[in-house]
Design a protein around this ligand. Structure first.
Ligand code: T1G
Length: 693
């Protein structure tokens, strides 16, 4: 957690060392300032090199310190950069691997920058709802020019060092030793004066106002609910319109504004939530994982095909097993068609398409899949069907193969019990379309081996999925919560709302799609089948009958040409259907409910707090390891608005006592028994605590 100091000949080398990415936390900043001061005080030292230990020069400011006193405590990042820039001896930034955010800003304050090729260079603050707050908006345009700098800062995307020659005084050979090469460079320039300072340069961009206005309009159109992108444009504009120190002051003001916004806190919450999701308290990080060099997928339908594509995309060969040749042929043709449409959109090269299809083979025989390292079944959602499959897998799969089920509602422990190796069984619940949706619910059975769980988590990263661990319960995390959300949606129809109003309110809140458009997309018959089971298994749980009446009209959704809404060929728009709305109104009358006007605010509170309350139950039952895991499920699998951080984070920002008060109000209304507060929610609200503490 420091910065090491060594002297090589006449060159002092300061190495930032705060694993894992040399985040510039207070301790590291302090050590780096001390190192520069030590070098300046040593007459034997003629030049200074700053570099980073391990896998980064620096990943930037230490995000973990934000919104704590440490973030701004002296020496601040500004002070460190000013110490380098005002040094009376040349300071050389020696960059490798990763140089981002405050790390890049530090290097811009240095007199010289040298790098290895392939280093990822970025100012990614906008992805955290921020902007470069240590001079980056003023210095980068002075080095790269207004347009390239603005593009880097507004997108936040990394650029490889060799593609930024203007940023570096020298780019070494790929196999060069960064420290040795930087020391040699420093010796070469040690006596050169004056020391070059980026702040002394000018940004030259004729007719910059027209470009900046165009940039403002473009960014406004794409930024949605996020304020940071436009703030990035305005602060970069200051690099042209203001003197350097005024520009830095303006940048500071705007940074301090953004760091307090809920949007930025939500993005930073999601950043850490995604990373902490792969940590399981009782599974050590060094748990050995099983090698996954080949896969088998059972079922070549929409899910099976999508799952197979994930493995193919990761370069893992797949044997796709079906029971009938035409189903197998159709499945393989669909995979090819999906790749070809990516090819047409320029998202895939022909070479990659051929390589992936070359990794795919089909079979009708279980005997062909026994040597796969993992098999994922995506067969019909019936326990009896799963039993047949898993008993067969138990017979044919080699010892140590992982047996994964893609079930979305069935009991993984029951499925594991169909085999003599329950420790090798795990749930890998992909979300449709499986080759697109990032979320992967990893369902840990009570017998699932720790190495199997660790392997599944590592595999989810390889498949570029967000793996979230769930315990075994009906619906795991996501579907169990969405059931309460859908219940409230149904009750709202009975009380006076219509599908279009509910969907518009939810979409205005930020959901990608409201509950009724989502039902029409996924298929209303899926919920219908679950409710029919519920009516038998859990008669105490009430549901609105509107969704059943809709299915009895044969209106399953887009797949039957109409559900809650009508759809026209080639048009994704949902058109209200009069007969459906008349059915809803009639059903209220049949229930003796006098329909009332319902506010959008009530609609959103009832939909979202239904998620929150069920999430609290899931937490206290230990089905989810942490509230941020629940947030990740909703951000990556259910279209919950990113700028609100997920249902549990959102409840924290509303204030749990306020959530509880709203729930207590709804508990007095129609179907009020659905609003029984989870004990954890009551406890946290009473103690003034948060879900995401
Ligand atoms: N601060 C604190 N921790 C960080 C961090 C950071 N900047 N970056 C990464 N980590 C942790 C991360 O949580 C994880 O922790 C571990 O490092 C490995 O991360 C004033 C205000 C650098 C490209 O936005 O993009 O500078 O889970 O799994 O895939 O203008 O991390 O191991 O406990 O992602 O090799 C701007 C964010 C900050 C860069 C490495 N910088 N980080 O990727 O590893 S704001 C960023 C990344 C700033 C100044 C502003 C990536 C990476 P754990 P990882 P990776």
């Amino acid at each position: 957690m420091t910065a090491e100091y060594q002297v090589h000949g006449a060159v002092a080398v300061i190495t930032l060392n705060n694993p894992p990415v040399n985040g510039m936390g207070l301790v590291t900043r302090t050590a780096a300032v001390k190192g520069i001061q030590q070098a300046l005080a040593d007459d034997a030292v003629k030049a200074i090199v700053i570099t980073g230990a391990g896998k980064a020069f620096s990943g930037g400011a230490d995000i973990k310190e934000f919104n704590t006193p440490k973030a701004l405590a002296e020496p601040s990042l500004h002070t460190l950069i000013a110490t380098a820039e005002s040094a009376t001896k040349p300071v050389v930034a020696a960059i490798h691997t990763v140089c981002m955010g405050g790390g890049l800003e530090l290097s811009l304050g240095c007199h010289y920058r040298v790098a290895l090729p392939g280093a990822q260079i970025a100012l990614p603050e906008v992805k955290l709802g921020l902007l470069p707050g240590a001079g980056g908006t003023q210095r980068l345009p002075r080095v790269l020019g207004l347009e390239p700098a603005l593009n880097m800062i507004v997108s936040g995307n990394p650029v490889s060092s060799e593609k930024l020659p203007a940023l570096f005084d020298e780019i070494f050979a790929a196999d060069a030793d960064i420290v040795r090469s930087a020391v040699a460079f420093a010796e070469k320039i040690a006596d050169l004066r004056p020391l070059p300072k980026v702040r002394d340069r000018k940004v030259d961009y004729p007719n910059h106002e027209a470009f900046l206005q165009f940039s403002r309009n473009t960014v406004k159109a794409m930024a949605g609910p996020f304020p940071a992108p436009l703030e990035c444009v305005e602060t970069v504009a200051a690099s042209v319109t203001m003197k350097f120190d005024d520009g830095v002051k303006f940048e500071r003001e705007r940074f301090m504004h953004l760091i307090q916004t809920t949007e930025s806190k939500a993005l930073r919450h999601a950043f850490f939530a995604e990373r902490v999701a792969s940590k399981v308290p009782d599974v050590p990080a060094d748990t050995p994982v099983r090698a996954i060099k080949s896969a088998a997928v059972i079922g070549a339908g929409m899910m099976g095909g999508g799952i197979a594509m994930n493995f193919l995309n990761a370069g893992i060969p797949v044997k796709l097993l079906e029971t009938r040749q035409e189903a197998l042929d159709k499945g393989i043709a669909t995979i090819r068609k999906n790749y070809e449409s990516s090819l047409k959109k320029g998202k895939l090269t022909q070479e990659k398409l051929d390589q992936r299809m070359g990794l795919l083979s089909g079979t009708l025989s279980y005997d062909d899949i026994g040597q796969a390292d993992i098999v994922v079944e995506a067969v019909f959602e019936e326990l009896a069907v799963k039993e047949t499959v898993f008993r067969k897998l138990d017979e044919v799969m080699k010892p140590g193969a992982i047996l994964a089920t893609n079930t979305s509602t069935l009991d993984v422990d029951k499925i594991a019990a169909f085999t003599k190796r329950p420790q090798d069984v795990i749930g890998t619940h992909f979300f449709s379309p499986a080759n697109v949706m990032k979320l992967l619910e990893i369902v840990r059975g009570k017998e699932t081996g720790k190495d199997v769980l660790a392997t599944a988590l590592a595999l989810s990263k390889k498949l570029k999925k967000t793996g979230v661990v769930s315990g075994v319960c009906d619906g795991f995390i996501g579907n169990r919560m969405i059931e309460q959300y859908s219940r409230q949606a149904g009750f709202l129809l009975e009380e006076g709302a219509l599908p279009e109003q509910v969907d518009k309110a939810a979409e205005k809140f930020g959901f990608a799609m409201g509950p009724f458009r989502m039902g029409d997309l996924a298929g209303n018959d899926i919920g219908w089948a679950i409710r029919k089971r519920r009516y038998v298994e859990k008669p105490e749980i009430s549901y609105s009958k509107t969704a059943d009446l809709l299915c009895e009209m044969g209106r399953y959704g887009q797949k039957t040409g109409g559900g809650w809404y009508d759809y026209q060929a080639g048009d994704r728009k949902a058109y209200p259907n009069e007969a459906v709305n008349a059915m809803i109104v009639r059903h209220s009358a049949d229930l003796g409910i006098a329909r009332r006007k319902i506010s959008d605010e009530e609609i959103v509170e009832r939909l979202v707090y239904a998620l929150v309350n069920e999430g609290a139950l899931i937490l206290e039952e230990g089905i989810a390891l942490r509230a941020s895991d629940i947030d990740m499920v909703y951000l990556t699998g259910y279209g919950f608005p990113l700028h609100r951080g997920g249902p549990m984070f959102y409840a924290d920002t509303v204030g749990l006592p306020n959530v509880l008060a709203a729930m207590n109000k709804y508990a007095k209304g129609h179907q009020g028994q659905a609003w029984r507060p989870a004990p954890l929610l009551l406890k946290l609200a009473e103690e003034g605590k948060l879900f995401n503490s």
